[in-house]
Design a protein around this ligand. Structure first.
Ligand SMILES: Cc1cc2nc3c(=O)[nH]c(=O)nc-3n(C[C@H](O)[C@H](O)[C@H](O)COP(=O)(O)OP(=O)(O)OC[C@H]3O[C@@H](n4cnc5c(N)ncnc54)[C@H](O)[C@@H]3O)c2cc1C
Length: 380
């Protein structure tokens, strides 16, 4: 089988890119190891307005969210909200399915229940070795797009390096009457990272955390704590966990092969959220790949250059913010909360229209430069 483009992985980023390429007239095959889409996915599904606009009708909005309540390690609440929706909770399982259906409707071919085990570059493009229950087979394509999510062995085998910083996200769907997003930045919940409680459909919420180690044990302790406070009840869907990149892959192309989405580490280093940055990476790929296929550019290095131009500044700011946050103790975080409460910082956030859920960098710079949290970071 020969295609212009082979996409490995029918996650949201792979299917979005497949749709874009097939709409431009190229033959596209998507290979997915799951046997079907639409089931629960370990993802909260919180996105900003720009991301929602990119996804269009494929995103089913469950809830509009105007703000969040952030709890200091000692339990003091800080409310940040605006009169209009700032973020949207979407049905993540449905998103994967809708994007794949859209790509198929546009003309992309899909093979489910099949895993790409290896890639070999040849004169005309690349050859993929695929395995499924029926046995092994090969597929050739002029361009191969690795959209296989976090921790793909395909990228390390190609010599593209490894993601240098990552966390594991764990999450459960539980009974809860909580009405707004709650964020818990505390080492007690997860050292250097944070936990969350996000209202879902009526009477339910998503409870989760990011952790460097033991995510499921930490989530279970966090859930016990929230249950004792009367915030959550029994699990509706039991905890699941999955890795997340917090730093991009060192290289995201090799010959006729590129890497997009979580596989490329196109995630926000603050939260690990990867839907928006992954879609931006896919959008850039959908412009560069046709130029490569038409012979207008000689190398797919243009893809890497362009996505770095778009996202590197934001990623640097977010990593600086996380670096400062990680260095703080819970006592220092409590002090930061106290300083924020006494300043007009929240007021400024609420009135600055240029700040958005999609781009965290500006908020981080504002926080770092107006409150200088490093000034009270010291060894205790
Ligand atoms: C707990 C948690 C909460 C999160 N919350 C948010 C959030 O609120 N907002 C946000 O923006 N992001 C969030 N994320 C991150 C988000 O889920 C990812 O960024 C997003 O799924 C990336 O999409 P993707 O298409 O790159 O990869 P994936 O969604 O991982 O899809 C990759 C696909 O490739 C398939 N695959 C893998 N290997 C192969 C192979 N060899 N052959 C064939 N198929 C293969 C997989 O089965 C999968 O379907 C969260 C993540 C976690 C863990």
């Amino acid at each position: 089988m020969n295609f212009d483009a082979l996409v490995i992985g029918a996650g949201p980023i792979g299917s979005y890119l497949a749709s874009q390429l097939v709409s431009k007239g190229y033959s596209v095959l998507v290979i997915e190891k799951r046997s079907s889409l639409g089931g629960p996915v370990c993802c909260t599904g919180l996105i900003g307005r720009e991301c929602l606009e990119m996804l269009g009708p494929s995103a089913t909005v469950i809830r509009e969210l105007n703000g969040a309540r952030i709890f200091s390690p000692s339990g003091k609440a800080l409310d940040v909200s605006r009169p209009t929706p700032q973020a949207y909770l979407i049905d993540r399982g449905a998103l994967d399915l809708n994007l794949a259906l859209q790509a198929q409707q546009d003309g992309a071919s899909y093979i489910f229940g099949s895993q790409v085990l290896g890639l070999e570059i040849n004169n005309d493009g690349a050859r993929a070795r695929v395995w499924n229950k029926g046995g092994a087979f090969e597929i050739e394509a002029r361009v191969v797009i690795i959209a296989s999510g976090f921790g793909s062995k395909l990228t390390s085998r190609l010599g593209l390096g490894r993601v240098g910083d990552f966390a594991i996200g764990a999450q459960a769907l539980v009974e809860s009457e909580v009405g707004e997003v709650e964020v818990y930045p505390s080492d007690r919940i997860s050292p250097g990272l944070f936990g969350w409680l996000v209202p879902e459909r009526a009477g339910r919420a998503l409870v989760g955390l990011l952790a460097k180690r033991e995510p499921l044990r930490r989530l279970s302790a966090f859930m016990d704590e929230l249950e004792m406070k009367g915030k959550i009840g029994s699990p509706v869907i039991k905890p699941m966990s999955r890795g997340l990149s917090l730093k991009p892959l060192p290289r995201t192309y090799s010959g006729p092969i590129i890497v997009v989405g979580d596989a490329a580490g196109q995630n926000k280093p603050t939260t690990g959220g990867g839907l928006f940055f992954g879609l931006l990476g896919a959008q850039i790929a959908s412009e560069v790949v046709p130029s490569y296929l038409e012979g207008k550019i000689a190398s797919l290095s243009v893809y890497e250059k362009r996505w770095h131009e778009r996202l590197s500044g934001e990623i640097r700011k977010a990593r600086a913010g996380r670096f400062v946050y990680e260095k703080m103790s819970d006592r220092q975080r409590d002090r930061l909360f106290y300083i924020i409460n006494r300043s007009n910082f929240i007021d400024q956030l609420e009135h600055d229209e240029s700040l958005s859920f999609d781009w965290h960098g500006r908020v981080i710079l504002k926080l770092l430069f107006s409150l200088a949290p490093w000034s009270f970071i010291r060894k205790e």
